[in-house]
Ligand binder design. Structure first.
Ligand code: SAH
Ligand code: AVI
Length: 320
């Protein structure tokens, strides 16, 4: 016996798109075409980012780690014992150890969109700091965040390293910093890493390395689209491009179409002309003064500034 079921009853939620599918439809319909950079970080993308941090050309991780190694304790000098550290886009939490080692932080809330990176980091940190209360949160930090209940009276210290703030246009960066101030509450502090303006050659090399790791990281967005969304797409028909936009003070990453072609994803078709690009990431570069001004608009004041001798990178302590 066969039972006739109306299609809409058989698959009631079949048309609810994932965030990634919706972002692909929105971004590929836009002019110029674009895709949000937070989708770089599936398991493969998180591994590729870790590889990037070890590249000779990618100075930010090495330089920021050096600053935190030298100045981490003094940046947290006024922090109350038993404070909670809330990290935004924690990835491997490698730099975090430099703030945890003097034992004043009692609880750690790493927040990331990458479940694999979070799980690995939580396991490592629980092993290395047995007294630390680690409460990972898989979430988009630009969305509505709710922290796990903090210990009574625990001061909340934000940590936002890597210059991930640079991946947001200034207006969005202000909104994000304001939300962080609200989330961290009264007496909140934020230790934030900011990549500084420097010569174009050094900047472009950091985003277009000789080994092709950043190219693989960028192209992985298309690989992810094919794997997760069943997209029809010729990945060899695209090339990684990194350029410095001097007017906007930002590195731009693009995926350039090498010929006329189409992408089919989530039931839609998108045509690309030869040379047309999909803009996948911005990485804004600041002067310390300009960043302090921007943070000021969001209600933060700069308490301390630490840089390396070559002034490639800055770590700031901000207070509300
Ligand atoms: N903080 C680390 C990792 C930086 S890479 C460091 O300094 O080396 C950026 C990290 O932020 C990645 O782990 C990525 O998964 C995460 N991320 C990017 N956009 C995010 C978002 N909107 N919400 C939460 N995590 C995000
Ligand atoms: C995470 N973010 C700050 C990195 C950056 O430098 O903008 C991401 C990245 N993109 C290419 N290389 C690294």
């Amino acid at each position: 016996m066969s039972i006739a079921v109306r299609r809409s009853e058989a698959v009631p939620h079949a048309h609810r798109l994932s965030d990634f599918a919706q972002a692909c439809l929105d971004g590929l319909s836009a002019t110029p075409k674009t895709l949000p950079c937070r989708f770089f970080y599936d398991a493969r993308g998180s591994d590729l980012f870790e590889e990037i941090t070890r590249l000779p050309e990618y100075y930010p991780t090495r330089v920021e780690t050096g600053i935190l190694d030298r100045c981490g304790s003094s940046l947290l000098a006024d922090v109350r014992d038993g404070a909670t550290l809330v990290e935004f886009g924690s990835g491997s939490s490698a730099k975090t150890e430099l703030l945890l080692r003097d034992g004043r932080i009692a609880a750690y809330v790493p927040i990331d969109v990458s479940p694999t990176a979070l799980a690995d980091a939580a396991t490592r940190l629980r092993g290395r700091f047995p007294g630390l209360d680690v409460q990972p949160l898989v979430a988009d930090f630009t969305g509505d965040l709710r922290l796990p209940p903090l210990r009574r009276g625990s001061q909340a210290i934000g940590f936002f390293p890597g210059s991930t703030i640079g991946n947001f246009p200034p207006v969005e960066a202000v909104t994000l910093l304001r939300r962080m101030a609200d989330l961290l509450g009264p007496n909140g502090r934020l230790v934030i890493g900011v990549d500084l303006q420097k010569d174009r050659k050094r900047l472009v090399a950091a985003y277009d390395d000789a080994a092709g790791t950043t190219a693989a990281f960028n192209l992985n967005l298309l690989v992810r689209m094919r794997r997760e969304l069943g997209a029809r797409i010729d990945i060899d028909g695209f090339a990684h491009r990194a350029l410095y936009n001097e007017t906007a003070n930002r590195i731009e990453m693009h995926l350039a179409s090498l010929r006329a072609q189409r992408i089919e994803v989530a039931g839609e078709t998108f045509d690309l002309d030869p040379g047309e690009t999909i803009h996948t990431e911005n990485s804004y570069k600041y002067t310390p003064e300009r960043f302090a001004e921007l943070a000021g608009v969001a209600g933060w004041s700069m308490q301390r500034l630490a840089t390396d001798d070559d002034r490639l990178f800055a770590v700031m302590l901000l207070a509300t």
